[in-house]
Structures are given as structure tokens and as C-alpha cells.
Design a protein around this ligand. Structure first.
Ligand SMILES: [Fe+2]
Length: 258
């Protein structure tokens, strides 16, 4: 007996993938990062705004080496998820926080290299025939009371992300609107106005997605996605490291011409 849904296929097209993870065992390294970033700010007062002036992730420092490794592994996980379905049960291992970060040997671990890489052997299950290479550019953000970052995206990057070093635990008691969401980050649906036709129950009814950061969290998203960093309403510092992932261009990335 034939039914009307025979031969039907539901396709969910054009998803936007945002990766959210908390790196286990980040506490000691975050303390080191917090000290380091505050020391850098002593020398460079506009550290947060002058994000192009230096590449924090190229700085020689054990805590930053650890962070770079975490980011590169997270980028690899992102590619594995978005290029095709992942192989169940196979995961990259995030680096364990170590008290002997000083002994980290960047030559010994491929993810500690300055340039990120997924080689085609690793992706052979996806029938990939090319390598993917990228570089990272990072900068520190120190947000004090009232600081926020307006609605924006990250032009000329492939992916963008943030790692949270220090998140305030106490907020100021303010007589303010109840819809304020201090210290959070909101992402906006890049398909402008899709929610105009969404009804309750539709996953796209909300045109925005808000995340409450915690220390040790890494977020990674397509660089074209607009986002907004809500004001810090605490007297405690909010410290994070933002970064861009730039692909090293290769002709191999182009789809084959038919
Ligand atoms: Fe941003």
C-alpha cells in the first residue's frame, strides 16, 4: 500500500554550527593567563581595542601554548563535525592542564605548532583529498564595569571564537530592567528575518541565541555570524581571549567543476 510520504525526504538546509565546550582542568592555567593578560595591559592600555597590533597566541608563554593547543584541537573538532558526520567514538583529546607547562615541547605535539592542520589522512573517511591549514590570531579582552562589545562580526576570518579566562561571580545590585543579561554573549541568526514566519515550536522562532560564559569555556562559530557581548555589570574583571581562524588558501578548497 502506498502512502503519501513514500519517497519523501526532509532536508534541514543551511544550519549554523556553534561549538561550545568547557576545557576540563583549566583552573591553574586560567590563573596564569589572568596574571599575564593584566601584566600586558599595564604595558598596553588599549589592549582590548587594539586587537590587530599583536598576536597574543604567537606569544611564547606556557599558558598561551596550552591555550593555542586547545583552540587548534577545537578547530579540528569543528571541521570534523561540519565537513561530514563524525566517526562515533573518535575524539581529539584536549590537553590536560599540567603544572609543568614549562616543559611543553611544541615540536613534540602537532597541535602545538603555530599553524593548525588537518591532513587528508585523518579525513580519509570523508573521502577528503586535501589538507586544511589555518593560522590563529588572538587578542585579550579585559572588560570592566559597564564595558560591552557592540553588535559585530569578524571580516576576513573563517571562524571566530572566544576563550573565557575569568568570569565575574558577583554582580552589582542595580535597579535596572529585568531583561539585562550582563556578561553574556548573544549570537544572531545570519539568515536575516527568518523568524518572521516562524511559529512556536519552530527551532528558528528565536532569531538570537544567548550563552552564559563560564571560566574555561571555548566558543567557536563562523566568522560571519553577528554577535553582541553584553555589559559587564560587576566590579570584577571579565577576561577573555578572542581569536580568528584564518584558512591558508589552497586551490584544493574549490569544489570540482562539472
Ligand atoms: Fe567578536
Amino acid at each position: 500500500m502506498s502512502t503519501v510520504n513514500q519517497g519523501s525526504e526532509f532536508k534541514r538546509l543551511w544550519p549554523t554550527v556553534v561549538l561550545e565546550r568547557v576545557v576540563p582542568g583549566h583552573e591553574n592555567t586560567n590563573r596564569a593567563l589572568s596574571r599575564l593578560i593584566q601584566e600586558l595591559e599595564q604595558k598596553h592600555k588599549n589592549l582590548t581595542n587594539d586587537y590587530r597590533s599583536d598576536n597574543l597566541l604567537a606569544t611564547k608563554d606556557p599558558a598561551l601554548t596550552w591555550l593555542r593547543e586547545c583552540i587548534n584541537i577545537t578547530v579540528r573538532d569543528y571541521f570534523r563535525e561540519t565537513l561530514n558526520n563524525p566517526i562515533p567514538g573518535i575524539f581529539f583529546h584536549l590537553p590536560h592542564e599540567s603544572n609543568d607547562l614549562q616543559s611543553s615541547d611544541s615540536a613534540a605535539h602537532p597541535c602545538l605548532a603555530k599553524e593548525g592542520l588537518i591532513n587528508q589522512t585523518f579525513l580519509s573517511h570523508l573521502d577528503m583529498r586535501y589538507d586544511i591549514r589555518w593560522s590563529l590570531h588572538g587578542w585579550a579582552n579585559i572588560n570592566r564595569f559597564g564595558d560591552y562589545h557592540d553588535y559585530h562580526n569578524h571580516p576576513h576570518a573563517y571562524l571566530s571564537g572566544t576563550y573565557y579566562v575569568q568570569v565575574p561571580s558577583t554582580l552589582e545590585r542595580l535597579e535596572t530592567r529585568r531583561d539585562v543579561r550582563p556578561g553574556r554573549i548573544t549570537f544572531y541568526d545570519p539568515r536575516s528575518s527568518v523568524n518572521m514566519i516562524a511559529i512556536k515550536g519552530d527551532p528558528y522562532v528565536e532569531p538570537e541565541h544567548t550563552i552564559t560564559p563560564v571560566p574555561g569555556m571555548i566558543l567557536l562559530w563562523p566568522a560571519f555570524v553577528n554577535h553582541f557581548v553584553h555589559p559587564n555589570l560587576s566590579r570584577q574583571l571579565r577576561i577573555s581571549v578572542s581569536f580568528n581562524v584564518m584558512l591558508r588558501w589552497s586551490e584544493d578548497y574549490l569544489p570540482a567543476q562539472e
